[in-house]
Design a protein. Structure first.
Length: 180
């Protein structure tokens, strides 16, 4: 009888353990997921050439003259005008922040070159429509005429004659992080 009692107690314990652990079962399942995303395209061109390798050169013939006092594609005191550098970001799939700065110039006294207000920094907004992601960087150029005939002014103007004047412009394009 003692042996039967031990077997009965052992059977009850096994039954209790099965019921308890069966009630607190943990359900588990797993899966793997894979995703893909395409990186946006980047394309910024200056006058048809990729901005990374572009070397845009302009001359007096490319200037839109408001007042012109020089002939044969030259500039002279009293001239004013501007050049517009074409930038094309069609093909980019991001907004483009375009900035323009002038480098160091050695222009004659009274001659100025400046990036037009609004051209120093502009955002080209993304558009899937061809031709919508284009901009122009406007550079103003002026050479003040003498208000009076002075020897100092004449000397400065004469020193510049027949020289090639350099106006270095740096264009920088980067992704605009403003989002939409």
């Amino acid at each position: 009888m003692k042996g039967n009692k031990k077997i009965l107690v052992l059977a009850i314990l096994v039954l209790l353990l099965t019921v308890c652990f069966g009630t607190y079962a943990i359900y588990r399942e797993s899966t793997n997921a894979t995703g893909s995303i395409r990186a946006a395209k980047w394309s910024v061109k200056v006058d048809g050439t990729d901005i990374a390798t572009a070397n845009y050169t302009f001359t007096a013939a490319d200037i839109t003259w408001e007042t012109k006092t020089g002939y044969n594609d030259t500039i002279a005191p009293g001239s004013t005008g501007y050049i517009e550098i074409p930038v094309d970001a069609d093909g980019s799939e991001v907004d483009v922040l375009l900035s323009a700065t002038l480098g160091t110039t050695t222009l004659p006294n009274g001659m100025t070159a400046s990036v037009d207000v609004g051209s120093e920094s502009q955002t080209i907004k993304y558009s899937a429509t061809e031709g919508e992601m284009e901009a122009k960087v406007k550079i103003n150029i002026a050479w003040a005429g003498a208000d009076s005939d002075t020897t100092a002014k004449d000397t400065t103007d004469l020193a510049a004659q027949n020289t090639t004047l350099s106006i270095p412009v740096t264009l920088t394009a980067k992704q605009s992080l403003q989002g939409h």
